[in-house]
Write a protein that binds this ligand. Structure first.
Ligand SMILES: [Zn+2]
Length: 177
């Protein structure tokens, strides 16, 4: 069944969220931004997304305030796309969807774990550290760790290889030259 162009008849917060993040590739772009991907060329390298689609998605995410377009720190003419505060608040949704898929859709388990960086404990389904308790851990205090012995990644590009090492979320990742 073909989907309509939008959810205009749906007066619901979820429909409004899907207008933005429900487009193909959008959540993966946002996930990559949490992984520290910031540059157009790095998104292309890691996702293999068609250039026109990526440009369109980045434009929408910038216009709606999820990403902020900034000059690269080293002063070149390149630009970076950095998650805003509003964009960072999408982390619980991305984490929950990822955990839900691992538990319900995947037959061979996750390839990456999200742990509380200060104590090394894996976050629970809602993003709380079972060891420390309290509120869900914010992305800057989360470390992503590859699962030892997980199936080999289907992609073999420079970003994928970089993400096979443990790293803190949001820490800028730059592989492109
Ligand atoms: Zn902890």
């Amino acid at each position: 069944m073909a989907l309509g162009k939008d959810y205009a008849d749906q007066d619901c917060s979820l429909a409004r969220a899907l207008e933005l993040v429900g487009e193909r590739w959008t959540l993966l772009i946002i996930r990559d931004a949490f992984y520290g991907v910031r540059r157009y060329s790095d998104f292309i390298t890691h996702l293999g997304v068609p250039r026109a689609v990526l440009a369109e998605r980045l434009q929408t995410l910038t216009a709606t305030g999820v990403l902020d377009k900034q000059p690269c720190p080293e002063g070149s003419r390149r630009e970076e796309y950095v998650l805003t505060e509003m964009g960072r608040r999408l982390w619980p949704a991305i984490h929950a969807l990822s955990r839900w898929a691992s538990a319900n859709l995947s037959t061979d388990g996750p390839t990456k774990l999200y742990v509380h960086a200060t104590c090394g404990t894996r976050l629970d389904m809602v993003g709380v550290c079972p060891e420390c308790g309290g509120d869900p851990i914010s992305p800057e205090d989360i470390e992503m760790r590859p699962v030892p012995g997980a199936r080999p990644n289907k992609r073999d590009d420079s970003i994928t290889r970089e993400l096979e090492r443990p790293r803190r979320l949001l820490e800028p990742l730059t592989v492109s030259v």
